[in-house]
Each structure stands twice: as structure tokens, then as C-alpha cells.
Design a protein around this ligand. Structure first.
Ligand code: OGA
Ligand code: MN
Length: 274
């Protein structure tokens, strides 16, 4: 059993009364968290100060974890804009745009876990919006009209937002990166429906580019309108878990020289977008 306090109208809940010790010893915590994640999209654990080993052990009980063979701890990635801490620091500027983790994978990531090891002086809050709520706010007519659309998601579309005038070398690199087509409306096994949107969404398949991009932008703007967003103000030692099946997220801009450092684990999904 866990005790929850809602943080936003459509997304986010704080998990109360869980300390580091419970992450290690409470046998029922993983299944309670998975249910709470499905219900709330984002779970916040304040000041739990998880070390990497505890974070990885807990995440192993939530599902299968993505492993990076080249990382010192293969299950942990460092989220930092400092190239000496992250080999992908440049691409991480893409986290400033609303996105869903893993949309160019065959099966998107189920959940992402971040723990705060160092904070930004300014900015660096992480924002979340529900993609289930985004579907629910469409009119029945829109749900019907958009229900059969397909959208191309690509690494390139995401990076082009940051770098609209790439060199030929950069463009050639983007062309080798993954692309994947998904339905706009994800009809989940659970019976719920969500919209699959965000920075990787390039265009609506089979439509002229401009009107498709406009529709995707409009839907994203409605999904992430102010009162629909939970903004997490980080304190050291906070751990936040979000559900990529039903949540968009972005980080508020922070300085590239900032000490901000998050330790990230990725829980693999087991349900393709369909
Ligand atoms: C991520 C991400 C946001 C943040 O790790 O996938 O989007 O707040 N991070 O650093
Ligand atoms: Mn992300």
C-alpha cells in the first residue's frame, strides 16, 4: 500500500512516506508503483537520495531495463549538458522540447526514472502533461476524424527544431537515424486512448506537410496548455518516474555550463503503439 497526493488535475502524484529503505526492502512497492503510474502518469518521491545501485535494483523490479554496454554502470545514463559527463550532451538539448521517450523505437519505453544528483541554479524544472487527457479533450468529431491518421516520428524531426540549418554532414548523420510510423491515436491494451505527439512527430503520413505539421502543433499546444501541466521543481535527492505510454515531458531551459546532473534509468515497454 502506498499513500498518494495528487499534484496536478490530470497528471502527477507524490508518493508519501517512502524512504530509501523501503525502495530496498518493501516487496510490494514495485507493483503498487506500477499501478499508481498507470493512474497518475508521474510519480514523485521527494528527498529519497537513491544511490545508483538502489535505483537499478528497484527499476529491475519494475520491468526490463535498457542497458548501455559502454556506461560504467550499464543501466545508468547521466543526463547533463556537460560533454565530459554525457557523450550525447549535444542531443540532450532536445529535452527542452515536449517529447515522449522512445517514439522511434519499435516499442516505446514504458517508463523513465530520474534522480537529482546536482541542480541547476536557474531553470531545469521538468514539466509533464497527460496524453490520455489530450485525447479526452478532443470533441467526438475530432476523435473520429483523427482516429485513423498516421504520423512519422524521427530523430531528424526532433533535432531539426534545435538546428534548422544543418551542415550536409549533420544532415547525412540524421538520415542514418531511426524513423518510425505510429498511429496518432494509441488504443492501449487497457482500453484507454492517448495521442502520440511531441518533438519527434515529423508530419502526418499521406497529407501535405504544412497542414499535417499545423495539426500536430495545435494538438500539442492543447495537450500542454498551462493548467494541464505539472511542473516539478527539483530538490536534491528527488526521484521522479514517468510513464511514456501516457505522458509528454520537457525540461525548462538551463545553462549548458550548469552543474545539473540527473541519473536516469529506462524501463523498456512491452506494448507497441497500435
Ligand atoms: C530524459 C529527459 C528531462 C530532464 O531524460 O528523457 O527528457 O529533466 N529529461 O532532464
Ligand atoms: Mn526525455
Amino acid at each position: 500500500m502506498i499513500s498518494l497526493q495528487k499534484l496536478g488535475a490530470t497528471v502527477g502524484a507524490e508518493v508519501l512516506g517512502v524512504d530509501r529503505d523501503r525502495f530496498v526492502h518493501d516487496e510490494d512497492l514495485p507493483s503498487a508503483c506500477l499501478q499508481a503510474l498507470e493512474d497518475n502518469g508521474v510519480l514523485v518521491f521527494r528527498g529519497v537520495h537513491l544511490d545508483d545501485q538502489t535505483q537499478v535494483a528497484f527499476c529491475n523490479r519494475l520491468g526490463d531495463i535498457h542497458r548501455f554496454p559502454t556506461h560504467p554502470i550499464p543501466e545508468i545514463s547521466i543526463v547533463s549538458l556537460d560533454p565530459s559527463k554525457s557523450a550525447v550532451a549535444e542531443y540532450l538539448k532536445g529535452t527542452f522540447d515536449w517529447h515522449i521517450d522512445g517514439t522511434t523505437d519499435e516499442v516505446p519505453n514504458m517508463a523513465t526514472v530520474l534522480s537529482a544528483h546536482a541542480l541547476a541554479e536557474d531553470g531545469g524544472q521538468t514539466e509533464f502533461a497527460s496524453t490520455y487527457a489530450a485525447y479526452d479533450l478532443l470533441s467526438p468529431d475530432e476523435q473520429q476524424r483523427y482516429g485513423s491518421l498516421r504520423v512519422l516520428h524521427s530523430f531528424e524531426a526532433h533535432q531539426r527544431r534545435l538546428n534548422p540549418n544543418p551542415s550536409p554532414e549533420v544532415e547525412a548523420d540524421w538520415a542514418t537515424r531511426p524513423k518510425r510510423e505510429h498511429p496518432l491515436v494509441w488504443r492501449h491494451r487497457s482500453g484507454r486512448c492517448s495521442l502520440v505527439l511531441g518533438a519527434t512527430a515529423s508530419h502526418v503520413v499521406g497529407w501535405d506537410i504544412a497542414p499535417g505539421q499545423k495539426l500536430l502543433e495545435d494538438l500539442l499546444a492543447r495537450a500542454t496548455a498551462g493548467d494541464r501541466v505539472y511542473r516539478h521543481e527539483w530538490s536534491l535527492g528527488d526521484t521522479v518516474i514517468w510513464d511514456n505510454r501516457g505522458v509528454l515531458h520537457r525540461v525548462c531551459p538551463y545553462d549548458p555550463t550548469s552543474p545539473r546532473e540527473m541519473h536516469r534509468t529506462t524501463i523498456l515497454g512491452d506494448e507497441a503503439i497500435a
